[in-house]
Ligand binder design. Structure first.
Ligand SMILES: [Zn+2]
Length: 417
């Protein structure tokens, strides 16, 4: 097996190797001299550790940089070798399960998308997930020994420490599922699970808009609404992984739609994409059937073009949705005072015109002192943002590069052969 985390007393040598790897990943391409200066360790010692990391396959030389201003020798540059191992990432959504095989840098090599079909029941859905994990390994022709682990982003309340899906409001029967244990047993690889919105926030922190932002919130709007929150560079999970359930904040007590969580008036009954579709269908029914709408089949993509064209029914409902989402976001602003709010999910299809309406609502519902101290943007990481985050949790757990717990777990490289 390669790159497994093991319990042991960490040595100074291991700390230095982890720090070198971290610097190379953050600042690549970088020379040995630069690393030695930054870490304040001698050049020969730095070179020796780098030699070990090159032998481990984690760092590679990529040719020479510019010569020094005084005409000195050109330094050999180093970069992280993301193909030193592989990761499986999974996103269990209400409609779709996505499975990807990526390298250590979360670059997707193979991807499978299958319908969740949650009505089959949770055991069937988990069986399907396991079968497809095996399928993607076979298809990729990459040896299982080269895969360091599986990261899963799941919809609903997730206790990542226990590897438990506690409750998923939009997946029937998903209560207290030991998903980590089940997948580890069936596939035989270390498995880590996290809430789907939190893995998106992890992806934004590592590769997206929040790379240099300490305090930010990701809001996912699809079938449900959820958030992933970073405060002072740390992911907020709460005591049992239940923090950030903004979709279930009671927003309208006079509401008449019962939420999947059992309450009335939850934010997601007012502005999820499924409630938006339902509202539009109801409005059309009230007005009598129109061929324009029946032709469109009322898919979200079609609605976004009707919104662009200024269709009256669609515009009214989409803008009401934007107003409620703005209220939800203004509540998160008041709670967490984030510098940046990143919107994810199907709702992005409605484009900048929709975003402008959300911003107007946030501004209207946020008090003056807070106004203008935040930035709201659509995610730029695309539809696989969750998979990027899910694979990141595996890398971060196994390599543990940010750990200051020197007496705790750390990474030892082990390679067969
Ligand atoms: Zn609810």
């Amino acid at each position: 097996m390669i790159y497994r985390k093991e319990k042991s007393n960490i040595s100074l040598r291991e700390i230095n190797k982890k720090n070198i790897l971290k610097i190379v990943m953050e600042m690549e391409p970088i020379s040995r001299i630069d690393i030695s200066r930054r870490l304040k360790i001698s050049r020969p010692t730095t070179s020796a550790y780098i030699g070990e990391l090159i032998k481990d396959g984690l760092i590679e030389e990529i040719g020479k940089g510019d010569s020094t201003p005084s005409g000195g020798k050109k330094a050999v540059l180093l970069q992280f070798n993301s193909r030193a191992g592989y990761i499986l990432g999974v996103m269990i959504g209400v409609k779709t399960i996505r499975i990807a095989l990526t390298d250590l840098g979360s670059n997707i090599i193979e991807i499978i998308k299958i319908p969740t079909e949650e009505w089959l029941g949770r055991d069937e859905v988990i069986d399907k997930l396991v079968k497809n994990l095996k399928k993607i390994i076979r298809k990729s022709k990459i040896s299982k020994e080269e895969i360091i682990g599986i990261g899963i982003g799941a919809s609903g309340l997730v206790d990542s420490k226990k590897g438990l899906v506690i409750f998923s409001p939009n997946l029937d029967g998903w209560n207290n599922i030991k998903l980590k244990e089940i997948v580890e047993e069936k596939i035989g690889l270390p498995t880590f699970i996290e809430n789907e919105c939190r893995v998106q926030a992890i992806a934004e922190k590592k590769y997206g808009l929040a790379k240099d932002i300490k305090n930010f919130v990701c809001v996912e709007t699809g079938t449900g609404i959820g958030t992933g929150v970073f405060i002072d560079n740390k992911l907020v999970s709460g005591d049992k992984g239940m923090a950030g359930e903004v979709g279930h904040i009671i927003t309208n007590l006079a509401g008449n739609r019962v939420c999947h969580c059992g309450n009335i008036g939850c934010l997601e009954t007012l502005c999820s994409t499924s409630s938006l579709l339902e509202d539009i269908v109801n409005d059309i029914k009230k007005r009598g059937k129109s061929s324009k709408y029946s032709e469109s089949g009322l898919k979200l993509e079609d609605l976004s073009s009707l919104y662009d064209q200024g269709d009256e029914i669609v515009t009214r409902n989409v803008e009401k949705n934007a107003e409620y989402l703005g209220i939800g976001i203004s509540n998160t602003i008041k709670m967490f005072n984030p510098e940046l709010i990143i919107i994810h999910g199907e709702i992005i299809k409605f484009g900048e015109k929709y975003l402008k309406k959300v911003k107007e609502s946030v501004s209207k519902n946020t008090f003056p002192k807070v106004k203008d101290n935040y930035n709201i943007q659509f995610s730029k990481l695309g539809e696989n943002v969750g998979l990027i985050g899910a694979t990141s949790i595996v890398f971060d757990n196994i390599f543990d590069l940010d750990s200051s717990n020197i007496a705790g777990q750390y990474i030892i490289k082990k390679r067969i052969n």
